[in-house]
Design a binder for this molecule. Structure first.
Ligand SMILES: NC(=O)c1ccc[n+]([C@@H]2O[C@H](COP(=O)([O-])OP(=O)(O)OC[C@H]3O[C@@H](n4cnc5c(N)ncnc54)[C@H](O)[C@@H]3O)[C@@H](O)[C@H]2O)c1
Length: 263
């Protein structure tokens, strides 16, 4: 469990959910972890794992500059912070009724945030590479970046763009002769607080909604944040040294077939 010994990692949106699980796993693997988030609760996560915390709104270009100046040398970046659009007051997110403001708000976090993170990491890792170092950038996309999601069109569009930008970053770094890899992870149905607005409030509502959500998942359950963290640890480590520009699904088999079952 020390595959990341001697490496420094920064994870965005790491105060809870998948980001928190990745932070805990990376620390257990020996990395020095920067837990970043807009939620100050990330400070407690950092304390628990012997890492450091920085407030970082991934949409904010100047904040990236400030945080990267504090971090210095960087080996691993996980662009994990993301929103669905359903966090705020109820609003339509389909292609016919969504507002431009809501569309842009989702892209600002998921896509602009990932662009700014990749750019900051390439600049920091380039310096490291000149001393023989290696970099790994991991972008958390989604199954929704592969298929259309009519009720969450901005989320799907932003995650599709993250998938594609990952490949541009991977090819750019390779063309520059840099040992910086970039890959995307595509989770689906991972039980985290992100699901709270979609599962209802009472235990009965949550149980019924959970059953309905996994009905078409071949493995018939939600995934866990720790299962995503295990995949991220592989991509962060030198074990994946020949892997770049690739996409990794972790979805209980959803994308293996079609929910339009022949039965
Ligand atoms: N949970 C799933 O089923 C699932 C499926 C596919 C993809 N994902 C992706 O995984 C990532 C993590 O999801 P999660 O389920 O852990 O979500 P979550 O809502 O539990 O956690 C997201 C974290 O991001 C932070 N955040 C939000 N806006 C931010 C900003 N502007 N700057 C910095 N931090 C910000 C939040 O404060 C929160 O701590 C997201 O990119 C999400 O789209 C999740």
């Amino acid at each position: 469990m020390t595959r990341l010994e001697g490496k420094t990692a920064l994870i965005t949106g790491a105060a809870r959910g998948i980001g928190e699980a990745i932070a805990r796993r990376f620390a257990a693997e020996g990395a020095m972890v920067w837990v970043t988030d807009i939620d100050p609760a990330g400070a407690a996560v950092a304390k628990a794992i012997g890492g450091r915390f920085a407030l970082l709104d991934v949409r904010d270009e100047a904040a990236w500059d400030r945080v990267m100046a504090q971090v210095g040398a960087l080996d691993i970046l996980v662009n994990n912070a993301g929103i669905t659009g359903f966090e705020g007051p109820p609003a339509a997110h389909d292609p016919e009724h969504a507002s431009l403001a809501d569309w842009r708000a989702v892209h600002a976090v998921n896509l602009d945030g990932t662009f700014l993170g990749c750019r900051a990491a390439i600049r920091a890792m380039r310096r490291r590479c000149s001393e023989g170092g290696k970099g790994s950038i991991i972008n958390i996309s989604s199954r929704s970046g592969i298929v259309g999601i009519p009720a969450a069109a901005a989320y799907a569009s932003s995650k599709a763009a993250v998938r594609n930008h990952t490949k541009s970053v991977a090819l750019w770094c390779a063309s520059q002769g840099l040992a910086i890899r970039c890959n995307s992870i595509h989770p689906a149905a991972i039980l985290t607080p992100m699901w709270d607005p979609m599962l209802g409030t009472t235990p009965e509502e949550r149980e019924a909604a959970t059953r309905a959500f996994v009905a078409d998942t071949p493995l018939r359950r939600f995934g866990t944040a720790d299962e995503v963290a295990a995949m991220a640890a592989y991509l962060a480590s030198d074990e994946s040294a020949y892997v770049t520009g690739s996409e990794f699904h972790i979805d209980g088999g959803i994308l293996a077939g079609s929910a339009a079952s022949p039965e």
